[in-house]
Design a protein around this ligand. Structure first.
Ligand code: CP3
Length: 333
């Protein structure tokens, strides 16, 4: 069993495995090198050889306990036929949303569009470098995918005025998104993913209808993964009540964000916990990093815990600080 499976399945709290959200990304010079020659981000995700190489870059450099497949949560709307573009400085830009077209998506075509991702997973899963390590497949949660599909850009930039008003559009769209997320999850598992993580980056945006738009649809995905026989991790970033989320959705492990008080959550949540450290701490100095990292390690000493961050690693992070973080976690006693 891998160290992360030990933690999730056997509730082993003695080893603290480590991987980092967005570990295959822009803070790595070897990623930036490939990216500079591949201006089309979607095409890069669909380049089977390059996506395999990028997935393994952080494993080669840092020997993390898991690889996460190089792809994006927005490959889903792309494969559902909505245009998705990544423009420098603007973040993702999505095209027109056509509900009629979405209700008539051809499943074979959907599978075909994402096939390079599955081939890449299959290649990577056979690589000896992943011996005793997990290969994490992922999806965006239905709510977060819906936010991008309706808002057509990151809510960080702006959120369309009547976003929450069109309840009929929201509920119709959630059903379609959930259907294709299930297919995408199943395809990744069949190709060789050993854990699935569900990213709900915009869970914190919603104040009402949390059961209908977040808990319900996420629970359906969690049950789907469980039926397929591998562990599932949820990351409902910014959700107001992590305990309630865990009680209702019951993932195998929960990733906390950096606003969650670890001292409070340890008393409330019984399931294995992942993450928490503010990615901005990696932009400070080694002393602060040690203090803040050991804070999490101390609090979760007797709890099954996978070290990770409270959100994705920032592009401006220095390699040296990532190495230092790994040293701190691995040498902690
Ligand atoms: O290393 C890994 O974690 C695997 C690959 C991965 C990417 N995106 C690659 C990527 C994963 C797991 C994601 C998840 C993702 N994508 C999320 C959920 C996690 C989170 O950060 O909240 C979200 C919301 C997205 C959507 C997305 N993709 C945005 C908003 C952006 C632009 C902003 C940004 O961070 O650049 C992306 C682009 C993206 N996805 C990049 C990478 C490496 C950068 C692309 C580039 O080189 O310009």
């Amino acid at each position: 069993m891998t160290p992360i499976q030990e933690c999730i399945i056997n509730k082993n709290y003695k080893t603290k495995p480590i991987w980092i959200m967005r570990q295959a990304g822009r803070y790595l010079p070897e990623f930036r090198e490939i990216r500079s020659q591949n201006p089309d981000f979607i095409k890069l995700c669909l380049n089977e050889n390059l996506s395999s190489e990028i997935t393994l870059q952080p494993i080669k450099r840092f020997k993390f306990d898991a690889a996460i497949i190089f792809s994006d949560i927005l490959m889903l709307p792309y494969a559902m036929g909505q245009e998705v573009k990544f423009e420098k400085g603007l973040g993702p830009q999505l095209g027109e949303l056509n509900l009629d077209k979405l209700t008539n998506i051809n499943q074979n075509e959907f599978n075909k569009k994402l096939n390079p991702i599955y081939k890449s997973i299959s290649n990577i899963s056979k690589d000896p470098i992943l011996k005793n390590k997990d290969l994490i497949g992922f999806v965006g949660a239905p709510w977060t995918i819906l936010v991008y599909m309706i808002n057509k850009m990151s809510p960080k930039k702006k959120i369309s005025e009547n976003f929450f008003n069109d309840k009929l559009l929201i509920s119709k769209l959630l059903v379609i998104i959930e259907k294709f997320l299930k297919i995408h999850i199943e395809n990744q598992i069949k190709a060789g993913a050993t854990i699935i993580q569900i990213f709900d980056s915009w869970a914190g945006l919603l104040k009402d209808n949390v059961y209908e738009y977040i808990y319900g649809p996420t629970l359906n995905l969690v049950n789907h993964v469980k039926k397929l026989g591998i562990p599932v991790i949820c990351f409902p970033r910014g959700i107001s009540d992590y305990k309630k989320f865990c009680d209702v959705v019951s993932p195998d492990m929960i990733n906390i964000d950096y606003d969650v008080d670890p001292n409070k959550i340890i008393k409330e949540i019984k399931i294995p916990i992942q993450g928490g450290l503010d990615p901005k701490i990696l932009l400070t100095d080694k002393e602060t990093l040690k203090k803040e990292t050991e804070k999490y390690l101390n609090i979760f000493k007797d709890h099954p815990y996978v070290f990770n961050l409270g959100h994705g690693i920032l592009p401006e992070t220095k390699i040296e600080m990532v190495s230092e973080l790994i040293n701190i976690v691995r040498n902690y006693k």
